[in-house]
Design a protein around this ligand. Structure first.
Ligand SMILES: Cc1cc2nc3c(=O)[nH]c(=O)nc-3n(C[C@H](O)[C@H](O)[C@H](O)COP(=O)(O)OP(=O)(O)OC[C@H]3O[C@@H](n4cnc5c(N)ncnc54)[C@H](O)[C@@H]3O)c2cc1C
Length: 430
C-alpha cells in the first residue's frame, strides 16, 4: 500500500516546530536522550547525520559525572558530589516505595478515598519532603547536613524544572513521569553535531513530503463510521485524507481563543484529559563570546546556591529556584556548547518558573542573569558576550509551551486517552 503523507507546519518559516536550529544552535529539541535503541538515533544514522555524544544517563543533560559542580566556596569535591547524587537516588527510591506502601495498605481497606485525595492533591515536592523529613531527619540537623540537602535538592530541581519542564511544586507525585509511560533509553545522550543542529533531522525527514506552511488549520472534520478526515485552513482550503494525526502542541489544543475546531467535538474524556495536562515552558538563553575562557573539558557546570538556601521545605528552599514570585538568583546549570559546536557559546536551559521568567525579562536582563553565574564560576573579569539570544516558547502562538507535563490533578491515562484512535483521528502529544 502506498501512503501519501502531508504535513501542516503553519506559522513557521522553517521545517519543524519545536525542533528548530538557528545558526547551528538548537532553540528547541537538542538532546537524543539515551542512544541505545532510540529510533531518533537510528534515523540520524540513516540520514548520515553525525552525532556528538554528550555523556549522561537519560536523566541529566550531560550526566552527573560530566558536570563540574560548584557552590559559593568554589568547585565541589567529587566525593560530596557523589554522596549527594547517591542520596538523591535513594530518596527517589523511597518516594516510590512510599507510594507502593500506600497503595498496598489501601487494598481491601477503606482507604480508596484517601488515595484519591493524594492522587489529586499531592505534589512531587510534597512527597519528596515527607520522605526527607521521615527517613532522613539528620539532613536538617546541622549546617553541613543542610548543605548536603541543598545539593540533593539541586538534582530534584534539575530533573523537574529543566527536564520535565515544570516545578516539583506543581507536578503530580504519582504521575509526573507520565505514569511510568516515559520510555527511558539507555546509553549516552547525544546531539546532532557541528553547525547542523537538530533541524538537520527534520529537514532530512521532510524530503518528498507535501508541506503546507502558510495557512493554519482552523477545523478538523472527522468521519463517523470509518469516513475520511478533512482539515480546513483559515483561508478555507480543504485537504481530505484517510486518517489524521494531530500533533498540535498541548498549549495550542488547550487555548480558548481561536481554537482549532473539531467536528464533531472530541469526546468528553479526550477534552477533559487535554484540559488536565500541563503545558510546561522550557526556554534557553545562549551567550556567544569571542573566545573560550572556561574549562573546556567539562560539558556542563552546575551551581548549587547554598547562600540562598532555606531548608524549611522543598517548596520554600529548593536551591536556586524562584520563590514567592521572585526570580532565582542564578541558573542551575551552564552548558558548554563548545564541546558540541566548536564555538565559544555558553547557555542555559530552564523550565518551570525559571523558564517562564526568561520570557518576562528583556534580553539584557537575561544576559545579566546568566552572566552573574558565569562570573561567579569563572571570575569577575569574565568578558561580556558578543551576542545573546533567548527563546520564548511559552508565548509563541504556534506552540504556547514547550512540552506536555503531568501537573497535580492529572490522571494516569490522560496521555493514552488523547492518543487513542478515534475515527481515524489520533492526538499525539510530545
Ligand atoms: C526548549 C525546548 C527544548 C526541548 N528539548 C528537547 C530535547 O532535548 N530532546 C527531545 O527529545 N525533545 C525536546 N523538546 C521537545 C521536542 O521539541 C518536541 O517534543 C517535538 O519537537 C514535538 O514535535 P511535534 O512535531 O509533535 O510538534 P511541533 O514541533 O510543535 O510541531 C507542531 C507544528 O504545528 C504547527 N501548528 C501549530 N498550530 C497549527 C495550526 N493551527 N495549523 C497548522 N499548523 C500548526 C506549529 O507551527 C508546528 O510547526 C524540547 C522542546 C523545547 C521547546
Amino acid at each position: 500500500m502506498v501512503y501519501r503523507l502531508g504535513l501542516f507546519n503553519a506559522g513557521r518559516d522553517y521545517i519543524g516546530g519545536r525542533t528548530r536550529s538557528a545558526d547551528g544552535l538548537d532553540l528547541g529539541a537538542h538532546w537524543i536522550h539515551g542512544t541505545d535503541g532510540n529510533p531518533l538515533a537510528e534515523l540520524c544514522e540513516k540520514m548520515h547525520l553525525e552525532l556528538h555524544l554528550t555523556g549522561g544517563n537519560s536523566t541529566y543533560p550531560g550526566g552527573p559525572y560530566r558536570i563540574q559542580f560548584y557552590d559559593p566556596m568554589g568547585p565541589i569535591s567529587d566525593v560530596s558530589r557523589d554522596i549527594a547524587y547517591t542520596t538523591y537516588q535513594r530518596i527517589c527510591h523511597d518516594v516510590h516505595e512510599f507510594e507502593e506502601n500506600l497503595r498496598a495498605r489501601a487494598k481491601g481497606n477503606d482507604m480508596e478515598e484517601i488515595l484519591a485525595d493524594y492522587e489529586s492533591s499531592l505534589t512531587l515536592a510534597d512527597a519528596f519532603e515527607t520522605v526527607v523529613r521521615d527517613r532522613y531527619p539528620f539532613l536538617h540537623r546541622s549546617q553541613a547536613a543542610r548543605e548536603d540537602l541543598s545539593r540533593i535538592r539541586w538534582h530534584l530541581q534539575l530533573e523537574c524544572r529543566d527536564d520535565l519542564g515544570e516545578d516539583a511544586e506543581r507536578l503530580s507525585w504519582w504521575y509526573h513521569d507520565a505514569a511510568g509511560r516515559t520510555e527511558v533509553f539507555q546509553g549516552e545522550n547525544a546531539c546532532v553535531s557541528h553547525k547542523q543542529g537538530m533541524s538537520a533531522l527534520t529537514t532530512a525527514l521532510a524530503k518528498g513530503l507535501d508541506i503546507y506552511k502558510a495557512d493554519p488549520i482552523a477545523k478538523v472534520e472527522y468521519g463517523l463510521g470509518g469516513k475520511q478526515v478533512t482539515v480546513t485552513t483559515r483561508h478555507n482550503k480543504s485537504h481530505t485524507a484517510d486518517a489524521c494525526i494531530v500533533t498540535l502542541p498541548i498549549g495550542v489544543l488547550q487555548k480558548e481563543k481561536d481554537p482549532v475546531i473539531f467536528d464533531p467535538p472530541l469526546p468528553a474524556e479526550k477534552v477533559q484529559a487535554i484540559q488536565r495536562l500541563g503545558s510546561a515552558t522550557v526556554n534557553k538563553v545562549f551567550l556567544e563570546f569571542d573566545r573560550v575562557f572556561w574549562p573546556q573539558q567539562h560539558y556542563a557546570f552546575a551551581y548549587i546556591d547554598t547562600d540562598n538556601f532555606d531548608d524549611s521545605s522543598v517548596s520554600a528552599g529548593a536551591v536556586g529556584m524562584a520563590r514567592d514570585g521572585k526570580p532565582a538568583a542564578y541558573p542551575r546549570l551552564l552548558i558548554n556548547y563548545y564541546r558540541a559546536l566548536g564555538r565559544p557559546v555558553l547557555g542555559v536551559v530552564c523550565g518551570g518558573e525559571d523558564g517562564r521568567r526568561i520570557e518576562l525579562r528583556t534580553m539584557d536582563e537575561n544576559r545579566d542573569w546568566v552572566m552573574r553565574l558565569v562570573r561567579r564560576l569563572f571570575g569577575p573579569d569574565s568578558p561580556m558576550p558578543k551576542h545573546v539570544s533567548a527563546t520564548s516558547w511559552g508565548t509563541d502562538p504556534m506552540s504556547l509551551g514547550s512540552v506536555p507535563c503531568m501537573p497535580v490533578g492529572t490522571r494516569p491515562d490522560d496521555v493514552l486517552v488523547c492518543e487513542r484512535n478515534h475515527h481515524s483521528l489520533i492526538i499525539w502529544l510530545v
